[in-house]
Design a protein around this ligand. Structure first.
Ligand code: SAM
Length: 344
């Protein structure tokens, strides 16, 4: 219902078609605000992803979640002038920062779009298939920390939470227009919040008096609704849930993984890092379905299910960050990496 407001692919900002003036203005703005330096996102499971991608120096690689270009920089270092890196992000600020960070590399194309459109993105760039694709899902630390983006329960700001500022749905719309039942479901499913019903009820009571416009108003309602002290800030889970809804992070994921696998060359690899059990389930299910294991009853002489294998998951269990990484980067603690290899 909500997420149809992405640019059509022919309007998106591939390197050759992007409105340069817009990017230059945004970059200047970010520099004035010191944001390029502040884009402090530590790449998660970096070595494991680079090893997992098994980089061919002349290959074509897609980073579908460019962010601060932490992973991309390591990919760019490993490809030569015959290779190509395509960096996709739905956040224009991330694209600007990544352009600056990867300015020393000439063989990088930047695309402002949703990676769910990976097939159209590659088609528009005249690329048939990629040697490797990386998805490091969710938000960046920059998006969480940047006050004006309204993602954080720690900072007073207008409720926003859009990764792509050109989309219409924002956190204010979710909080002020969704029904009590919808809010309770989202907060429970996406936030795994035990007090989801109470929070949804109090949001609906409060908005009868006044529109809920800021992060602090929402935090206050959540704090009133939760009587038990649990782990972490009481607003953490609800904010995560609303962010996932605003950015439609779960529903398209299964198809996105299947499309990404379709876009791989024979022997190509897809590496996906998830931070939420619902994300991991969608990724795992899509990868299992692409393995196309035969589901015919045992003893049948000829396969009748007709399933076709596109390759196999080469991580039987997801790769987790080691203790050192978990201690040095708390954001990495819930990370899981799964890798799929296309059939050769
Ligand atoms: C966890 S960060 C990636 C950080 C990056 N790997 C790095 O090391 O700097 C996720 C990034 O992906 C972007 N993103 C999330 N979902 C997306 C989607 N569906 N399409 C395109 N970009 C997306 C976010 O805007 C954010 O910048």
């Amino acid at each position: 219902m909500i997420q149809k407001n992405f640019k059509k692919t022919n309007e998106k900002m591939a390197d050759n078609v992007e409105p340069k003036a817009n990017v230059t203005r945004l970059l200047a703005n970010l520099k004035i605000r010191g944001k390029i330096l502040e884009f402090n996102h530590k790449p998660v499971l970096l070595e494991e992803c680079i090893e997992g991608l098994n980089i061919n120096p002349e290959g074509i690689y897609v980073d579908g979640t460019l962010g601060g270009a932490g992973h991309s920089k390591e990919i760019a270092k490993r490809i030569n002038e015959k290779g190509l890196l395509i960096g996709i992000d739905r956040d224009e600020e991330a694209i600007c920062v990544a352009k600056e960070r990867l300015s020393e590399f000439s063989n990088v194309k930047f695309v402002h779009d949703n990676h769910d459109n990976i097939k159209e993105i590659l088609r528009d760039l005249d690329i048939e298939a990629a040697d490797g694709i990386l998805l490091d899902l969710g938000v960046s630390s920059y998006q969480l920390d940047e006050k004006n983006r309204g993602f954080s329960y720690m900072q007073e700001a207008k409720l926003d939470m859009r990764m792509d500022k050109s989309q219409r749905l924002d956190a204010q719309t979710v909080v002020n227009t969704y029904s009590e039942e919808e809010l309770a479901r989202i907060i429970f499913e996406y936030g795994e919040e035990k007090f989801s019903r109470q929070i949804a009820k109090n949001i609906c009571l409060e908005r009868k008096n006044r529109r809920i416009e800021t992060t602090s108003q929402l935090v206050e309602i959540i704090e009133k609704s939760i009587h038990l002290k649990g782990d972490g800030h009481p607003a953490k889970r609800t904010f995560q849930a609303i962010r996932i809804e605003v950015n439609d992070e779960i529903k398209p994921l299964y198809n996105c993984i299947k499309n990404a696998i379709d876009c791989l060359k024979p022997g190509g690899r897809l590496c996906v890092i998830t931070f939420h059990s619902l994300e991991d389930r969608a990724v795992k299910n899509a990868m299992i379905d692409c393995e196309g294991r035969c589901i015919c009853p045992p003893g049948i002489p000829v396969c009748r299910c007709g399933r076709v294998s596109l390759g196999k998951m080469i991580t039987k269990k997801p790769i987790l960050p080691n203790l050192e990484e978990q201690n040095s980067n708390t954001r990495s603690r819930s990370a899981k990496l799964r890798i799929f290899e296309k059939i050769k």
